[in-house]
Design a protein around this ligand. Sequence first.
Ligand code: ASP
Length: 304
Amino acid sequence: MNFSLVLHGGAGTITRALMTSEKEQLYQSGLKDALNTGRKVLQYGGTALDAVCATVAVLEDNPLFNAGRGSVFNHQGRHEMDASVMDGSQLTGGAVTCVQNIRNPVLAARHVMEHSQHVLLCGAGAEMFAKEHGLEFADDDYFFDDFRFAQWKEVQHSETVQLDHTEKKFGTVGAVAVDIAGNLAAATSTGGMTNKKWGRIGDTPIIGAGTYANNTTCAVSCTGHGELFIRSVVAYDISCLMEYKGLSLQEACDLVVMEKLVKIGGEGGLVATDALGNVAMPFNSEGMYRAFCTPTDSEVLIYR
Ligand code: ASP
């Protein structure tokens, strides 16, 4: 029985010097909770798609991470969330962007994939779709967090748009998996950047940029400076390097994250797995919240 699951909780300026031991404990246990949730799905023969959605939903429910409940504030002081999923066995994908008050955007993205003729729905339309499909909504209080609010207040009256990756803040979540049937899936969810305006959308809900899965190559979920990840079509590039150039998962990830992205100043990282259950977790930032498990191995990591 072979499966693997890899997740991330965001990459950025994550160093021991900026961390307290209490905080580190909280992050560790948040990552472990999510990993165990996904692992159980895979252990009992569940699909990679179920595993990545369950894993990401747990991270969305944890205010420590910039997704779902812990989403950062935009310029208007609201939460606008993005999420996407892709099923590598069908090459189907679903995504929502700029949505408010949907409790688990990743589940909305999955619904778009499975219950609509579309791939990407935005804003009020996506919310209407989620309502019609009985997805859970939460009021603004649920998404309010003192820390995130203070983060936003610092930059509210400036032109600064902050990645949740700078000195004090880290976020965005994602997971990839291969199940015992050899099917791959990927899911990613984010609140985006603090103080973002004009309906800014990052790489997270863009299939091929922030998320990609293909049974014949790999599953990828990204975190980092979305604009640069979109321009580099990061997730699909890794799949292409494997498919057309015959690179291994690790080689493809290293080339894209440690060379191509670095060249254009694209800070961040990603998690990936191939159909054999090999995992890769490259990042060019100082740290990345990450964890993986296979039937025989598991680890939670934060720093370089
Ligand atoms: N990639 C996300 C975005 O640009 C942010 C992140 O990964 O933290 O919206």
